[in-house]
Design a protein around this ligand. Structure first.
Ligand code: NAD
Length: 417
């Protein structure tokens, strides 16, 4: 059991959500120990030669949380806060997410503790290759499959695929989110944001809201945040504010994402965009908008600011952005929270399509990818909504209940519990 408190670590926070639902499902302690604990954790030393000849030593992690439903699956992030606890938390979220959206994977995550802005491109490549070669013996298309996350992208995946292939033979299926010419899937780059907007559409339908009446603020303008902004604006939602690590912008009449993209290309940040006013990064979370979409870091909505949130709905495009205490405060004040394991599941869903295409050695069209993504996301949303209505509970508890029940059933059939 984990008691509700303001100082839970990321992994303790996910455990809190797990036990909260396991209590309701009546899961016994022995089964909990198997489902909640991690299967394998590794920490690797990564000495990397700097361009100036010096040697810098970093540390990387890979955590395989649960593989009852299939090969381990999860992204790799490069971030100064990446540590074993955070990677465990993200790995366990992947277990419940893959089960909820019903793709045949378990849950894993990787991280390298580094500030990538301090690395040249060549140093970034050497660090990526070193990380992959140090963890490569637990990676495989039927063992554990990597993908992009914060500060990693299609290029990072290409280096990883190449590094793994040099030791074990050419095998594109060991990473997803690759560049399309190397076996990546069409539609993968936009998939997480596209899935988030599909969830937004379903939520709007459920609550009888029309896109044109809904104002949206998005924290983070990287892969997930920028695609969410672009596709939401395309569907008529009024995107009023976005941010990144260097600043935040707000335009009461809406932001043109086409113009913003041009600005970001030149300036490297959303800050200073002519079509909007610069605001404080933290102020974005407290804007008077209908929908708030955190799409950057974890724990950004916590006991210090949960009371200040004015949005009617939070859609967790980031992983773990709302702490358990904040979740309680928001729920008590009637804010609807759509949890990460549903809201950002579009990424792993199209990663599954990419893996399938690699194994079949056959490429799908972008239309087919998006159509199948829509089917998976809308089915998952409907299941969560129905479960929440049946149990008269929150979308988070309903989503965890589905994920945990699926994994528990498979673990029982395999004889693990
Ligand atoms: P990214 O590196 O492409 O983008 C991250 C963005 O967050 C950047 O714009 C960065 O400037 C911004 N950012 C960082 N610190 C910030 C801060 N303090 N305030 C405001 N903005 C800040 O990463 P991404 O792949 O878009 O991932 C974002 C989130 O989505 C993460 O929580 C990740 O785990 C989650 N996620 C990503 C995927 C995927 O397919 N990439 C899938 C599921 C979930």
């Amino acid at each position: 059991m984990v008691e509700l408190s303001t100082d839970l670590s990321p992994y303790e926070a996910v455990q809190y959500f797990f036990h909260d639902v396991a209590d309701q499902l009546g899961i016994d302690d022995q089964t909990r120990a198997v489902l909640n604990g991690t299967y394998r954790e590794i920490r690797v030393q990564l000495p990397v030669r700097r361009d100036d000849g010096g040697l810098e030593t970093y540390y990387g992690y890979r955590v395989q949380h649960n593989g009852a439903r299939g090969p381990y699956k999860g992204g790799v992030r490069f971030h100064p806060t990446a540590d074993l606890d955070e990677v465990r938390a993200l790995a366990s979220l992947m277990t419940w997410k893959t089960a909820l959206v019903d793709v045949p994977f378990g849950g894993a995550k990787g991280g390298v503790q580094v500030d990538p802005s301090t690395l040249s491109r060549a140093e970034h490549e050497r660090l990526t290759r070193r990380y992959m070669s140090q963890v490569s013996y637990i990676i495989g298309k039927k063992r554990d499959i990597m993908a992009p996350d914060m500060n990693t992208n299609a290029q990072t995946m290409a280096w990883m695929m190449d590094a793994w292939g040099r030791a074990h033979g050419h095998e594109p299926a060991i990473v997803t989110g690759k560049p399309v010419p190397l076996g990546g899937s069409k539609g993968r780059e936009a998939a997480t944001g596209r899935g988030t907007v599909m969830v937004l559409d379903e939520a709007a339908k459920q609550h009888d809201w029309t896109p044109e009446d809904l104002t949206v603020a998005i924290q983070g303008y990287g892969n997930v945040g920028s695609w969410t902004a672009r596709l939401a604006a395309e569907r008529g939602y009024r995107v009023l504010a976005v941010s990144d690590v260097d600043g935040a912008i707000h335009a009461p009449d809406g932001i043109s994402t086409d113009m913003l993209d041009k600005h970001v290309k030149e300036a490297g940040t959303v800050a200073g965009f002519e079509g909007a006013e610069d605001i404080e990064g933290d102020a974005l979370l407290e804007l008077d908008v209908d929908v708030l979409i955190p799409a950057a870091l974890g724990e950004v909505i916590n006991h210090t600011n949960a009371d200040e949130i004015r949005a009617r709905m939070i859609i967790e495009a980031a992983n773990n952005p709302v702490t358990p205490v904040a979740d309680r405060i928001l729920t008590d004040s009637g804010v609807i929270v759509i949890p990460d394991i549903l809201a950002n599941a579009g990424g792993v869903t199209v990663s599954y399509f990419e893996w399938t295409q690699n194994i079949q050695e056959f490429q799908w069209s972008e239309e087919e990818v998006n159509e199948q993504l829509s089917r998976y996301m809308r089915t998952a949303y409907r299941k969560v909504r129905e479960r929440a209505e049946d149990l008269e509970t929150t979308m988070r508890r309903a989503a965890f209940a589905i994920g945990i029940s699926e994994v528990a059933e498979v673990a029982r059939l395999r004889g693990y519990v």
